[in-house]
Each structure stands twice: as C-alpha cells, then as structure tokens.
Write a protein that binds this ligand. Structure first.
Ligand code: NAP
Length: 504
C-alpha cells in the first residue's frame, strides 16, 4: 500500500490546507509539498482541544484506554505504508521503522493497561477526626487530575516513538489531556499518516474531534505560538539544547508560566573501571563501537564519552574501539541540517587543545561516518566544549591518571540522561565512590551494558538534571511519564455524591 501525503494539517477533525507550503527533504524517494503551519491554525487547534477537555478530561479510564488501544490498532492497520514513507523521509532502515512502530503501539497499549489499574491516580485519604483536640480534622482526599491541553513537538530522531502518537502523546492522552502536535519537518508524511490513524480512532471511539490536532511546521512561528497559547497547560519536547532552551524560556516568560518538559542533550559518559577493562577490554571496545554507530549515533542515549585509567589495558580497549569503528560504513543521517551539525561538531572537537584524532572520517552530504578522539582528563575538565553533545557516531576517550582524577571527571559532568559503569567485582570500591556522584548527575545509572535501548516500563527514567532535561523531576519514557500531565487536587469534606467517580 503506497501512501501519498496530501500535505494538510489535521485541525480538530478537519484536514486543512494553507497557502504557504514547504517541501519535504526525503533521504530517498519523491519530495512532497506540505502546507506550512500558522499561528491562526494553532489558535483553532488549541481552542478545540480546550473544548474537548470538558468531555475527554472527564471520560472514564476504560474509555480512554479503549481510545489508546484503538490508536494502536489503526497504526497497525497502516503498518506497511508507515514504514514505506518513514524510511523514505528519514533514511532509517526498514527494520528500525518496524521496530519503532512496535514500540509505539506497545507504549499506547501499556498506558491503556496502566490507567486501568488506577495506581497512577495516587489516591490518598485522611478520614475526618471530628473529636480531635484542639481542632477537629476534616475529611481529606487527594487524587491526580489531568491538566488540560498539552503541546507535543515531534522529534526528528524518532519519527514514530517520539512523534505524532509517540510517548508524550500517549502519556498525555492517557492522563486525559487533549494533544496538539507540532510535526517535525524531517518526516511530515509520516506525521500525516499517523495523524490519520488517530483521526480514525477518534471516530471509532466517538470522541470529540478536538482531542487531537496535528500542525505541520515550516516556520518557527508555529512552535512559538503553540507554547505561548494561554490555553496550553504543558509542553513535551525532544530535540536540541538551543531549540529546547528557547521554547523553555518562552514558557517561563508567559503571563501564566507552564512546565516545559524538554529532553535535550546528553553525552552519556561510561566509566571503564580497571578490572573490567583488563578482563574484557577488546569486547568492551567492540560493544562501545556498536552502540555508538547504531542508527548513525542519532540517539539521545548515545554513549559519546568513555573515561579510562591510563595504561596498556585502556590502550587495548581504545584500539579495539577504533578498529571496530573503522569498519563501520557510512549511514544516512535524518536531515541535511543534522549531517552538517555533525561534521562541524567533529571538526570543532578536532581543533580543541589536547585532542588527539584516533579515527577521522570524510562524510559526504547527508552521510555520517564515525569519529574517535582522545584527550587527557586534565584537558577535558578544563574545557566545557568537550563535554557538549555532538549528535552522531562520535566517541571521545577521556584518559585519567588515577581513580582520583576519574572521580573528578564525574564531578565535573553536567546533567546526563545516563551514566554507565563497566565493572567487575574487584572494581566495587571505585564504583561505590563514583555512584553517589553519578546519581546526582544522571537519570539512569547502569552497569555492564550500553545505554542505547531504553526499556518502556514502570521503573524507567529517561530524564535527568539540565541540560539532559529541563525538569529533573520527570521522565519522558515509561509509565511514570504520565505524571507530567497530571496535577494533585485535594478534596476537603466533599460529599460522596459530588466527588469524582475515581474517588467514589
Ligand atoms: P531542534 O532544532 O531543537 O528542533 C526540534 C523542534 O523544535 C522542531 O519542531 C523545531 O522547529 C522546533 N524549534 C527549535 N527551535 C525553535 C525556536 N527557537 N522556536 C520555535 N520552534 C523551535 O532539533 P532537531 O531538528 O531535532 O535537530 C537538531 C539538533 O538537535 C541535532 O543536530 C541534535 O544536535 C539535536 N537533537 C538532540 C536530540 C536528543 O535527544 N538529545 C534529539 C534530536 C535532535 P523547526 O523544525 O521549525 O526548526
């Protein structure tokens, strides 16, 4: 089934075209023309979302779960066409698109189950104590309630799992919040077909059309108008530090500021402890190269930095990494802009004081090949540029003289999505020294694995202190991510006949 996009926005159930257009830049296949978004369309979509909230925000959990499952069914019904347009637009291989579709429908179904269980409501009850002295206590009940319309920005690097019907949308809809998505220009056709699936699910479930809208971008005014719209209650975003920070600042400057849940940059450091590296340095080097080059390194959890203790064992690990990376072929990047940022980031790193090239590559246009650099811990800690994310398959080895210096590297890290310890039993003392530092820096600390591959489950945290995210109390993956779109409300002395159903 071939899908040809019509290029329109989905605004509260209507497909609407606009005069101004932009053209997609697929990695292969034909380019298509898309209507560019406008602030007027944003206003229309958000007002419809607010109207829909009065129904959808008060729908039963069973009805919302049914809707999430219906979206998953409608996505599956379009599986082949989604993969076809997705691979064309992003250059990602078919296997990746199929896997990401499974993750997307899995997330929707997981949230359906999660809300049916009801634990997320975090219901609490302090019964009245009429005889308490010196003052009686009233009856107090608490429950989490949905916040209202939510804005979601599609991510360039996850055309399905973090875009139109991705994690942010699934969490918001599960909570009871209507969603307005701003599509990413890297995959507008993929956004359109997924929006079609949501549109069909809305009709099937008899929900108000304003529960979901998709506005394609084409200009910055769309995203800005969306986060500044007075009826938007929160924003979910995955993207660059610069873009995320600009939108975060706009949210903070609103007359009524709102939370901006941005998942931004991270270099995901790995600490290679001495016994582990002595026992299996070559294997770890190969493993790092595989994780670094996977998906052309376009993952927020890409492990960009490995910290080692100087010595022959570390040299063997580095050589194994270099050898494995030098065999990796070129891979198409998501957009021309991302490919340009990658090559200029690699060039900038090569020019920093003390940085040694271990593997340099020549990238053609939208293609990425791996880079590997090395620097001493002393040079690394003194230079913030070296701690910044270069989005793509670029690795930096940081060489510490001793455990003290390795710990100093951990202390100087900025906020991270993940931090990894590669360790054996004999490394436990050093690992115990590093852990208290790393858990202050990262949302997820892992041992003896690679951080790419983020499980969607109850215990996952995909977030971390700034700049990994703009809100260290939150996660954008897993069932806990629903909390971003909820707000605790206390009901004092309300009679049973008036309390919301979930408290009754
Ligand atoms: P981006 O430039 O931050 O864009 C993400 C979204 O935000 C797009 O919809 C973009 O709209 C919008 N946006 C950005 N700046 C804005 C502003 N000032 N005002 C209004 N809207 C704004 O990210 P990207 O396009 O995905 O990729 C660019 C770079 O982001 C990559 O090279 C990489 O460094 C980084 N990135 C990081 C992650 C991660 O998870 N850490 C993931 C993806 C990308 P427009 O399309 O109109 O610009």
């Amino acid at each position: 089934m071939t899908f040809t996009p019509h290029g329109k926005h989905l605004i509260a159930g209507n497909w609407i075209g606009t005069e101004n257009t932009f053209t997609s830049e697929p990695a292969h296949g034909s380019a298509h023309s898309f209507s560019a978004g406008t602030p007027e369309l944003v206003d229309q979509a958000v007002k419809a979302a607010e109207d829909a909230f009065w129904t959808y925000g008060y729908a039963s959990r069973a009805d919302r779960a049914g809707f999430l499952n219906a979206i998953a069914d409608e996505i599956e019904a379009r599986a082949e066409a989604i993969t076809e347009i997705g691979t064309q637009e992003t250059g990602l291989p078919e296997g990746r698109l199929n896997g990401e579709r499974g993750r997307t429908t899995g997330q929707l179904r997981l949230f359906a189950e999660h809300i049916l269980k009801g634990d997320y409501l975090d219901r609490r009850h302090d019964p009245a104590l009429p005889d308490r002295q010196p003052l009686p206590r009233p009856d107090l009940r608490m429950m989490q309630r949905p916040i209202g319309p939510v804005a979601v920005f599609g991510a360039s690097n996850f055309p399905l799992a973090f875009s139109t019907a991705g994690g942010d949308t699934a969490a918001a809809l599960a909570a009871g919040c209507p969603v307005v998505v701003k599509g990413h220009g890297a995959h507008p056709g993929t956004a359109e077909i997924v929006a079609e699936a949501i549109h069909a699910a809305i009709a099937k479930c008899g929900l108000p059309a304003g529960v979901f809208s998709l506005i394609q971008g084409g200009n910055r005014a769309v995203g800005q108008a969306l986060v500044q719209h007075p009826l938007i209650r929160a924003v979910g975003f995955t993207g660059s530090l610069g873009g995320g920070r600009a939108l975060f600042d706009l949210c903070a400057q609103r007359p009524e500021p709102i939370p901006f849940y941005g998942e931004l940059g991270s270099v995901n450091p790995m600490f290679m402890l001495p016994s582990a590296i002595a026992a299996r340095g070559a294997e770890l080097g190969k493993g790092w190269a595989g994780s670094l080059a996977m998906g052309a390194g376009q993952f927020c959890t890409n492990p960009g930095i490995a910290v080692v203790l100087e010595g022959a064992e570390a040299d063997a690990f580095v050589e194994a990494t270099r050898a494995a990376l030098s065999e990796a072929g070129g891979q198409v990047m998501l957009t021309d802009g991302i490919a340009k940022a990658y090559t200029s980031g690699a060039k900038a790193m090569a020019g920093q004081p003390g940085v040694q090239d271990l593997l340099t590559s020549t990238c053609d246009q939208r293609e990425a090949k791996p880079f590997l650099f090395k620097v001493s811990a002393a040079d690394w800690t003194g230079n913030h540029t070296l701690a910044e994310e270069v989005f793509g398959p670029l690795g930096l080895v940081v060489v510490a003289r001793d455990a003290e210096e390795m710990t100093r590297v951990a202390h100087s890290l900025s906020g991270q999505l993940t931090a990894t310890l590669h360790m054996d039993d004999a490394d436990a003392d050093l690992a115990r020294r590093l852990l208290p530092v790393l858990e202050r820096k990262a949302g997820r600390v892992l041992a003896n694995g690679f951080p790419t591959g983020v499980e969607v489950c109850d215990a996952m945290v995909h977030g971390g202190p700034y700049p990994a995210s703009t809100n260290f109390g939150a996660t954008s993956v897993g069932t806990l991510s629903i909390r971003r779109f909820l707000r605790p409300v206390c009901y004092q002395n309300l009679p049973q006949s008036v309390l919301p159903d979930d408290l009754g």
